[in-house]
Design a protein around this ligand. Structure first.
Ligand SMILES: *Cc1c(COP(=O)(O)O)cnc(C)c1O
Length: 371
């Protein structure tokens, strides 16, 4: 089984985001191996389509992109105080700092190397997860001022993350915007002017131009999935296709049960196809009996339990003549294909989690782009 990642779809989606961003730059978020699409390949395609910067979670992810030859600015933002800042500074990675102890650790690494570290401050405007709270901001600014003064640190940006961007009109977005402006003003009072400010994820980038500041920071939309599926698809194209080849086709007689627990019993003689992809490969077991695949030119209902390595679909009288070796699309972006969004809706989760699912034995291939 395999996932195909269409880099032309990535480029298309980046262009849509750049249009919405207007004068703001686009940082493409490629954390978690590019939402499981391949961080380096996605980064190259996105930069070629007009994105300017890259965002990751960890130092490791950022350093790996450098090793892959990517020279664009890269920011990493979820760092422990004992993260490998020496490697980050050596690779010219911009370090997102969310606490005083982290800034101290970054400064120590910079001094050890005799190099200047580039730092962005992540401030907490209401998500209450990892940013610097307003109460701790002055002491961080005091230290940052000294570090900028002696050349240990370059102060690049102030940034923050939204809690309710998928509800564009929710007042929390306005509250976070105001608090963000207050943080920027406080920094200026300390004589610290960031080179840029950024706040917007995909949802805000597509719906709230007033939150774009100098740069937007989309992830999911780059991959062609809507951050607000109940509102719009925003013209985005899903980049990932998850597919597998039929292992065998066989007849099942009326009254026979299929798969563990016999949760599906044939009410007529029928034909079934065995697809060798299971929950170990990113087909969630709770989808059992609740999805369909694109096979032989139509949707085919999945029947019985999804197992670790395989599941079964019902072909009825198999008028389409499906045979072993034919390709079934589990989800993808073409007309007729099931969508990752359908799996998310059925499971009560979000499309992000679905595209992060395929793993292990699944082989990933990239199409398009200018490779
Ligand atoms: C993941 C992440 C993003 C991208 O969010 P999407 O909803 O995928 O657009 C942006 N900023 C930060 C800090 C993130 O962690």
């Amino acid at each position: 089984m395999e996932i195909l990642v269409d880099l032309d779809a990535i480029a298309h989606n980046v262009r849509i985001l750049a249009e919405h961003a207007a004068d703001a730059a686009v940082m493409v978020v490629v954390k978690a191996d590019g939402y499981n699409h391949g961080a380096a390949e996605v980064a190259r395609a996105a930069l070629a389509a007009g994105a300017r910067e890259l965002g990751t979670t960890t130092v490791d992810e950022a350093v790996r992109l450098r090793a892959e030859g990517l020279t664009a600015p890269i920011l990493c933002w979820l760092n422990t105080s004992d993260a490998d800042y020496v490697s980050a500074i050596t690779a010219g990675i911009e370090i997102g700092v969310s606490a005083l102890v982290q800034l101290e650790a970054v400064a120590a690494a910079a001094r050890q190397l005799g190099r200047t570290a580039t730092v962005s401050l992540k401030v907490d405007t209401g998500l209450n997860r990892n940013g610097i709270p307003a109460t701790e901001f002055p002491e961080v600014l005091d230290l940052l001022g000294r570090l900028v003064g002696d050349g240990t640190v370059r102060f690049r940006a102030i940034f923050s993350h939204l809690a309710l961007a998928d509800l564009p009109q929710h007042p929390a977005n306005d509250m976070q915007r105001q608090r963000f402006l207050d943080f920027i003003a406080t920094a200026k009072e300390h004589g610290l002017e960031p080179e840029l400010a950024h706040l917007a994820n995909s949802a805000a980038a597509l719906t709230r131009p007033d939150l774009a500041f100098d740069m937007v920071r989309p992830g999911i939309a780059v991959y062609g999935l809507s951050p607000i599926p109940e509102l719009s698809d925003f013209g985005l194209r899903p980049a990932m296709t998850f597919r597998a080849r039929v292992l065998r086709v066989k007849r099942v007689a009326a009254g026979e049960g299929v798969s563990y627990g016999h949760q599906w019993i044939a009410d007529r003689d029928t034909t079934v196809a065995l697809i060798p992809a299971g929950y170990a490969d990113g087909v969630p077991r709770p989808l059992s009996g609740r999805f369909s695949v694109w096979l032989g030119g139509a949707r085919r209902t999945q029947i019985g339990r999804v197992c670790m390595d395989q599941f079964v679909v019902d072909l009825g009288e198999n008028e389409a003549g499906v045979v072993a070796g034919d390709t079934a699309v589990l989800f993808g972006g073409e007309p007729g294909h099931p969508r990752a969004q359908e799996w998310a809706d059925t499971l009560g989760t979000i499309n992000y989690e679905i595209v992060c699912g395929p793993r292990g034995r699944v082989v990933r291939t990239h199409l398009g782009g200018d490779r």
